[in-house]
Design a protein around this ligand. Structure first.
Ligand code: SF4
Ligand code: F3S
Length: 104
């Protein structure tokens, strides 16, 4: 499965949802997550994310975010159409410490 990680927070570009063939993205206040049981591992979302926030679960950078994706994908609403990204998305790209800003 693929995993959405820290750099999605406050960037939330949503290009990922446009390409996912099984619509397995779920949306929170400032980031998205992937439902691990619905993801078919196609990998097309990974290069589409302008913030490079998506990794396969085999990648070390995904490890600490895997459980959070599982948890919130069962609580947040599904998203299959791209909305308007935050106006300041670019300013947040790559900022350290965004984990503290996670908003369930
Ligand atoms: Fe969707 Fe494929 Fe990305 Fe999984 S890897 S979230 S199925 S686009
Ligand atoms: Fe987040 Fe990237 Fe999708 S920033 S909303 S994972 S395109």
């Amino acid at each position: 499965t693929y995993v959405v990680t820290e750099n999605c927070i406050r960037c939330k570009y949503m290009d990922c949802v446009e390409v996912c063939p099984v619509d397995c993205f779920y949306v929170g206040a400032n980031m998205l997550v992937i439902h691990p049981d619905e993801c078919i591992d196609c990998g097309v979302c990974e290069p589409e994310c302008p913030a490079e926030a998506i990794f396969p679960d085999s990648d070390d950078r995904a490890t600490e975010w895997a459980e959070l994706n599982r948890t919130y994908s069962t609580q947040w609403p599904n998203m299959s159409r791209k909305g308007e990204p935050p106006a300041d998305a670019k300013e947040w790209d790559g900022k350290p410490g965004k984990k503290e800003l996670f908003d369930p």
